[in-house]
Write a protein that binds this ligand. Structure first.
Ligand code: PGA
Length: 257
């Protein structure tokens, strides 16, 4: 990656940890984090956000939510608004994670509404995109990324883009132990960056962080993040072990200096 972009490493805990495991993990991460070369954000389950945010007060680590709802309040049983998230307080949110799209059934339109609501509330919004195995085998990787990004960012102005991070997460690589090769991931990232130049402008495309997700771990983080257009990672499984997650953050820091 280039030095102008601060690496971003996110830990998506998904529906893992209980209260005490979450606290132990966050404490271990805070103890182990050194320096601020990398923007580190963890995404615990909703119910632990408040307690974890309180424990992280004053630390460089940011706290985020794995999802949000796009209306500010009302009859949306079970949903959590961006205003409620800010109350915790959290600073970031994931939108369009592949498990939300493919397991829960979220559409591009819903992902767009959530993305716009999160940005309107000033949250750093990590828009997740990526192709399924079938789409990859049919040569549709770039087309899928393009349509998910165009739809996800519809109505998002250039002035809001500094709060947007794009996570390229090939669905077939998430939680499977399979990782895109650094060259394949770099190709997808470079095409996403070119798309942002088309949709906005060159400056925006050079500034936006595009991170990779899908079985990133200490053993492959360095070579992935060494690619010019890979600005960090969104980490699932390996974010549940402090040692592994800190090693990935360290890989990001190496690229920043
Ligand atoms: P993984 O998950 O690292 O377990 O593949 C990544 C993600 O879903 O964000």
């Amino acid at each position: 990656m280039t030095q102008q972009r601060t690496p971003f490493v996110g830990g998506n805990w998904k529906m893992n940890t209980n209260a005490s495991q979450g606290i132990s993990l966050i404490d271990a991460l805070q103890d182990g984090l050194k320096g601020d070369l990398v923007e580190v954000t963890v995404y615990p389950p909703f119910v632990y956000l408040r307690e974890i945010a309180a424990r992280c007060e004053g630390s460089d680590m940011l706290i985020g939510a794995q999802d949000c709802w796009h209306e500010p309040c009302g009859a949306f049983t079970g949903e959590i608004s961006t205003g409620m998230l800010k109350d915790c307080p959290v600073q970031s949110v994931l939108t369009g994670h592949s498990e939300r799209r493919h397991v829960i059934g979220e559409t591009d339109e819903l992902v767009n509404l959530k993305t716009k609501a999160a940005l309107a509330d000033g949250l750093v919004t990590v828009l997740c995109v990526g192709e399924t195995l079938e789409q990859r085998e049919n040569g549709q990787t770039d087309a899928v990324n393009e349509s998910q990004i165009r739809a996800g960012l519809a109505g998002v102005g250039k002035d809001e883009l500094d709060k947007v991070v794009i996570a390229y997460e090939p669905v077939w690589a998430i939680g499977t132990g399979k990782t895109a090769t650094p060259d394949d991931a770099q190709d997808a990232h470079a095409n996403i960056r070119a798309l942002i130049a088309q949709m906005y402008d060159q400056r925006a495309s050079e500034a936006i962080r595009i991170i990779y997700g899908g079985s990133m771990k200490p053993g492959n983080a360095n070579e992935l993040m060494a690619m010019p257009d890979i600005d960090g990672g969104l980490i699932g499984g390996a974010s549940l072990t402090a040692e592994d997650f800190l090693a990935i953050v360290q890989a990001g820091a190496t690229q920043a200096v």
